[in-house]
Write a protein that binds this ligand. Sequence first.
Ligand code: FMN
Length: 307
Amino acid sequence: MNAEIKVEAGGLELATPVVLASGCAGYGDEWLELVDLDAVGAVVLKGVSLEPWPGNAPPRIAEAPAGVINAVGLENVGLDTLVREKLPALDGLPCKVVANVVGRSRDEYRDVCSALAAERRVDALELNVSCPNVEARGMAFCADAEGLRDLVADCRDVAGKPLWVKLAPMVTDIVAVARAALDGGADALTIANTVPAMAVNVEARRAVLGNVYGGLSGPAIRPINLRLVHVVYKETGADLIASGGVDGWRAAAAYILAGARAVQVGTALFDNPGAPAEIVAGLKEYVKREMFDGLSFLVGKLRGDRK
Ligand SMILES: Cc1cc2nc3c(=O)[nH]c(=O)nc-3n(C[C@H](O)[C@H](O)[C@H](O)COP(=O)(O)O)c2cc1C
């Protein structure tokens, strides 16, 4: 039984606080046989746009100290294929399914959300707002708080299910961005996406990635995103879902103490598909050992915290 680690997060009841991160578990089909499903509260599907996106030129993955840099470029099959082929394959899945939405304009985000609102197998939507906005000279949606609030409000109007907004870590004022998303009607914030990065092959005198720049993930970014979760929790008290370098139960517990209600696991799945089960076992043990009244009790409960 998972009674002690059941959580409510972002408008969903999750059997466990472990959520598989977008882009790291495909459309659900790539991990079904590898991951212990009892350990998973929800899976976030790979980002989907209105039309298929081809993604970036290879190489798309570079090694980094304590992490990886990816420049997949949000390659995806597009909305129609997701709805016709990928979602039906998820029928009978015991965990919740969250669709991750990407777009290049407000209209595109709204149209994708509106179409997914009708899909029975989608329990919630997560907006990836790190994408460049073609209507704002390529500036990321999350770089402009006012624009972000309007984008989220548009999607909120049509979504008809819980709406999570996944923020980028490198913004001038994370609290302003978080407030904008909440004002627009977000039920939860996912904090945060990858950190912009690059790698160079000095022998070849070339950038390793075909796209030159990519996003750093894995334990390397955990201290950065941990602070962001804490700052946003202290300032807003919102439902937060942590993302960034969760590779074991201690990392998950740290994010929960900092204010997250659930944690996403991404990069860790690549070399350890057993990570979700290990995290759940570790958290159960922690709750029992410390005699807490369930995991939710621990959310934001740092001792000696800043006032
Ligand atoms: C290969 C790869 C693909 C990703 N694709 C997406 C995506 O489609 N949408 C999205 O919001 N995040 C995407 N991400 C970001 C992850 O969901 C996650 O937020 C990030 O990697 C940090 O968590 P981690 O350190 O546990 O991997 C991707 C990450 C990786 C490594």
